[in-house]
Design a protein around this ligand. Structure first.
Ligand code: PLP
Length: 285
């Protein structure tokens, strides 16, 4: 089925969905994005993603060309037009089209807003059942990782290097501490059952799934420490896992050559995945 893509207010069949080669997203990676998960044809954790989009836009001085209601309506319409039951919505917003220049174009330059969908089974996931392996790699990204920008070359390089090392993904390390995964938040569970996840700063993306999982952990009496952890702590953790919009909660069972716990997905990880899916599915809009 040809997808219907949203481009600056128009609904276009995939082959007709185009943006200019002068778009600053294409030339300068001058843009931001969001990924919202779709389950049962509904939006998961939508409010968090909409809020983070506004924040990223504000930080870069890009205008979101739709108001809150309009943005939600477009998300709903793209799901309906493409008959998505499970999968994701990708939204990209750039500073728009202008002659190539490091200086921003005038503030009234219309931004470029594109949304498309990708259908996939998000509930049944071999990685969630069996866990993934991650490789520790240096974090060589820029210093404002709290903004969800479209400049994703280093995370792609890290993912490729992780795969070359026989792992599924990378955990990035800076100044002796894990920052996050290439496209996911990193978490560990200590030997005493404390859930440790890095505190928010410019060093990492404020994960929307992270926020939900921390809330759920609190509701289920799990102790949480929001602080940076070292690779050594991760290697000796009882459990480890990642969170992201389309993966929810996925166990990490190996870090470099070390098995985590007994090398099987941990109980707290499994519980948090179940709590997340149950509650967010029930609250989806
Ligand atoms: N960290 C990075 C670098 C990411 O790219 C992502 C998701 O794409 C996340 C964390 C997880 O964020 P979220 O839970 O909002 O999907």
């Amino acid at each position: 089925m040809t997808r219907i893509i949203y481009v600056n207010g128009a609904w276009l069949p995939e082959p007709d969905a185009k943006v200019s080669v002068f778009d600053r997203g294409f030339l300068m990676a001058d843009g931001i994005y969001e990924v919202t998960c779709v389950l049962d044809g509904k939006l998961i954790d939508y409010d968090g993603h909409a809020r983070r989009l506004q924040r990223s836009a504000r930080e870069l001085g890009i205008t979101v060309p739709l108001d809150e209601a309009g943005l939600l309506a477009v998300h709903r319409e793209i799901v309906a037009r493409n008959g998505v039951d499970q999968g994701m919505i990708y939204l990209q917003l750039t500073r728009g089209v202008a002659d190539r220049d490091f200086a921003y174009p005038p503030a009234d330059t219309p931004p470029t807003l594109v949304l498309f969908t990708q259908s996939r089974n998000v509930l049944e996931n071999r990685a969630a059942d069996e866990g993934i392996a991650v490789a520790l790699l240096p974090d060589l990204r820029w210093g404002r990782r709290d903004i969800k920008t479209i400049q994703l070359l280093y995370p792609s390089m890290a993912k490729m290097e992780a795969k070359a090392r026989g792992a599924d993904d990378a955990w990035l390390v800076e100044d002796g501490h894990v920052t996050e995964g290439s496209a996911a938040t990193a978490h560990i569970v200590t030997a005493d059952g404390v859930l440790v996840t890095r505190d928010l700063s410019h060093a990492l993306l404020p994960g929307i799934t992270r926020a939900s999982v921390l809330e759920l952990a609190g509701q289920h009496g799990i102790s949480v420490e929001e602080r940076a952890f070292t690779p050594e702590e991760a290697l000796s953790a009882r459990e480890a896992f990642i969170t992201s919009a389309t993966n929810f909660v996925v166990p990490v069972v190996r870090i470099d050559d070390a098995k985590i716990g007994d090398g099987k997905p941990g109980t707290m990880t499994r519980d948090l995945r179940r709590y997340y899916i149950e509650t967010r599915r029930a609250a989806a809009i």
